[in-house]
Every structure is written in C-alpha cells, then in structure tokens.
Design a protein around this ligand. Structure first.
Ligand code: PGA
Ligand code: ZN
Length: 439
C-alpha cells in the first residue's frame, strides 16, 4: 500500500476561523484529517502558520500552510508506505528544518501526519486505535474517563481574569457509555438550574460547549451549581471535578488576578488547596503560568500527593519541556495536544515519556475544533485513560465522545474502563461534598 496523492485545502473550524484539511489517497481509499486551533495557546507551542494577510479572515488565513502541503510535502510522499509513521514524520521535520515548525507550519505538518496514521490503519485493515497502539507499543483496550467542561470561562467565554474550565469527571461510572450518560444528564440539570436562577441568557454557551454565565464570577458559586446539578441528576459522589484555570491568561508580572482578587504564589497555592478541601476536585491544570516554574514546583510539593497537577501551556506536549518538568518535579501529569507539537510521532513520544515516569497523560482537544475525531482513537491507542474534549454538546465535541462510544462497543468485553487507576497512586483528596452555599 502506498500514498498516491496528498491534497490540502482551507476549511473552517468550530469558531469560524480557517484551518487546514488534508485528503490523502492510497489504494484503500481517501483519508481526511483536520487540524484544531487554540485560543489560550501557550507561547512555547509549535508555530501555527497563518497568512497574516489582513484582507482575508483578519489575517488568519491558512493558504500558506495549504500551499506548503501541496507544493513541498505532497511530492515527497507519493509512493511512500503510510504505515511508516515515524519515517514520514521525520521526513517532514527535515523538510521544515526549524525547531518549532516555523517554515512549513505545525498545522501543515500535523494535517498530513494524522492523515498518514489513518491511511496506515487502513493499509493494515485495523481500526485507527489499534494502529496507534501498534505505533505506541501497547494493546489498545482502555477507554478514557472524560473531563467534560460544563462551565466555560476565560478566553472561551469572553471573560477576563476568570477560571477557564470547570469540568465533571464520571469516576464512579462502570463504562464509558455510562459515564457519558451521567455527564449529559448532569449537564441538562445544570442548564435547568442556570435558567431558573439567572434566566435563559445564562445558558448561552462558550467555545467548548459548556455554559458561559458571565454573571457568575465566583468559582465557589460555579462549583456549587455544578454539584447541585450532579445531585439532581442522581450521581452525587460518582462525579468528581477537574479545573483548568489556564492561569497564563490572568498572570500579570508575578501576580495572578481571579475575578477582582489578586494572589501571589503562596496565596494562589492556598486558594487551590482550600478549593480542594471544599469540593471533590481531583485534577488542576495550568494552576500557574507557563514560565512560572518555581510556583509549579511549590504547588506540586504541597498538593501533588493528593491531586493530579497537569501541565498544558507549561509543557506544550514538548519532550524537552516535559524532561525539565520531571527533573524539577513541577507537576505529575501532562496535557497532550497534537497541534502543540505538530506531528503524531512527537505526540506519542510525549505520552510515552509521561507514562514511563509515572505521570498521567490527558489527551485533549483545542477550543477551536473540527469534526475530526482522531484524539478519540489516540487516547484508546495509548491507554492514556483520560480525555478532555469539552461539554457533551456541539458536534465538534461530541464527535470525539461518539467515536469513543463506537470504540467501546467494538472492543466489547475487551474494553476496560478503570478511571480510578488513572490517578496518581497516592490518591486524591476525596472529602465528602459539603452542601452548597449558593443553591
Ligand atoms: P485552547 O485552550 O485550546 O483555547 O488553547 C484549551 C486549554 O487551555 O486546555
Ligand atoms: Zn489548558
């Protein structure tokens, strides 16, 4: 089986911004992939090539990246075996020749890389998760516990100095299917609570499909409403909470600002610790800013034995930065986003590095998404055990959840769903839930 042609085009993502799509053809058919895009992107991410031509899409066009695929990458791949993922990715890295994919664009390279994986799976007549498992060196069987972002804040909701993501994790579910149902039912309960208290305007949604009630600034009220919704849905104690403050967005020269309050390093660690004592929080991502390593180390020292501490903007799926983090003990988990690093092989390397060092890896979407559900297969293929892909709403998010439902069905009794084994061995703070101050 060989690659016959590779063709890129400019399409739209879930926010209406242009992005890159690639059609790759082999004897087995056409394989299509689409690249997502972040809003609260880290400054150390690989370069997302945008045209900068202000007369089109406010400068966000992707015609240069499309041309790089069609004119530079495509001619080199015709005749190549698509099962040779590493070789193809290395070839593209060489063609680019820069440390951050600045020449061809991470969006150009990744679109091809993901399409090659899909073609590679078809060449072997196996599902994509199985092929990813082969590339990764595991037998794919583990369905992830989802982190579902039901209240959107920060950049995803047009808010400043606001915690970005408030997520529900159905750790008490027996299967992925049951977990997704628990989340969906809780999400609908949350909608009713918001409507009752603040009117229908409070149920408008943000970029990741979660509600974006701008009138609720206080994190305690947000979390109280979420837990009330969980209780009303009948799942009290079975659903835990994960947060992604995305704090690089509210970091001002040594000071963090949330709502109308300012925090220094010690105060912010205490703020998180207090939240963990009050609410069943099991994971906090980007609690500190992307270059504030000392604060990360302090937070991990104080809370890391009981809490999953996930680095997103800190690590940007980059093994060099993850190596530094492991040495410094600055976290115990890595967020994994394909387009932060820009190829499938490098992404799998980042997951492997996390897992080998006893850290967890959380596979993630971006706030700007497409209908491409590659990450669903990737999370199963790497047995990563956790996926973050928005609220159970909007098709760009549900494309991933729906694919996981299909994979679970296909794996049948081989499917594993053991959410509790995915957390650091020491176990999290799991205090009983205290009844809401803001019912
Ligand atoms: P982004 O945010 O996709 O907008 O960068 C997601 C996140 O911070 O996890
Ligand atoms: Zn994040």
């Amino acid at each position: 089986m060989t690659i016959k042609s590779v063709k890129a085009r400019e399409i739209l993502d879930s926010r209406g911004n242009p992005t890159v799509e690639v059609d790759l053809v082999t004897e087995s058919g056409l394989f299509r992939s689409m690249v997502p895009s972040g809003a609260s992107a880290g400054k150390h991410e690989a370069l997302e090539l945008r045209d900068g031509d202000k007369t089109r899409y406010q400068g966000k066009g992707t015609l240069k990246a499309v041309a790089n695929v069609n004119n530079i990458i495509a001619p080199k791949l015709v005749g190549v075996d698509p099962t040779l993922q590493k070789e193809v990715d290395n070839l593209m890295l060489k063609l680019d020749g820069t440390p951050n994919k600045a020449k061809l664009g991470a969006n150009a390279i990744l679109a091809v890389s993901m399409a090659v994986s899909k073609a590679g799976a078809a060449a072997k007549s196996v599902p994509l998760y199985h092929h990813v498992g082969d590339l990764f060196g595991t037998k794919a069987s583990s369905l992830p516990v989802p982190m579902c972002n039901v209240i959107n804040g920060g950049k995803h909701a047009g808010q400043e100095n606001s915690i970005q993501e408030h997520m529900l994790m159905p750790t008490g579910a027996k299967s992925f299917r049951e977990g997704i149902r628990m989340i969906s039912e809780s999400y609908q309960q949350l909608s009713s609570l918001l409507k009752k208290k603040y009117g229908v305007g409070a149920t408008l949604i943000g970029d990741e499909g979660g509600f974006a009630p701008s009138q609720i600034e206080d994190i305690h009220e947000r979390l109280d409403l979420m837990l009330s919704a969980v209780k009303n849905a009948g799942y009290e104690g079975m659903i835990k909470i994960a947060l992604d403050p995305a704090s690089s967005e509210f970091y001002y020269d040594g000071i963090y600002k949330i709502a109308k309050k300012s925090y220094n390093r010690g105060e912010l660690v205490d703020f998180y610790a207090d939240l963990c004592k009050t609410y069943p929080i099991i994971s906090i991502e980007d609690g500190f800013a992307e270059d504030d390593w000392d604060s990360w180390v302090e937070m991990t020292k104080k809370l890391g034995s009981k809490l999953q501490i996930v680095g997103d903007d800190l690590f940007v799926t980059n093994t060099e930065r993850i190596t530094k983090g492991i040495k410094l003990k600055s976290a115990n988990s890595v967020l994994i986003k394909l387009n932060q690093i820009g190829s499938v092989t490098e992404t799998l390397n980042a997951i492997a590095m996390a897992q080998k060092n006893g850290w967890t890896a959380v596979v993630s979407h971006r706030s700007g998404e497409t209908e491409d559900n590659f990450i669903a297969d990737m999370v199963v293929g790497t047995n990563s055990g956790q996926i973050k892909t928005g609220a159970p709403a909007r098709s760009d998010r549900n494309a991933k959840y729906n694919q996981l439902l299909r994979i679970e069905e296909e794996l049948g009794n081989k499917a594993q769903f053991k959410p509790k084994t995915q957390v650091p061995k020491q176990g999290y703070i799991q205090k009983p839930y205290i009844s809401p101050k803001h019912p």
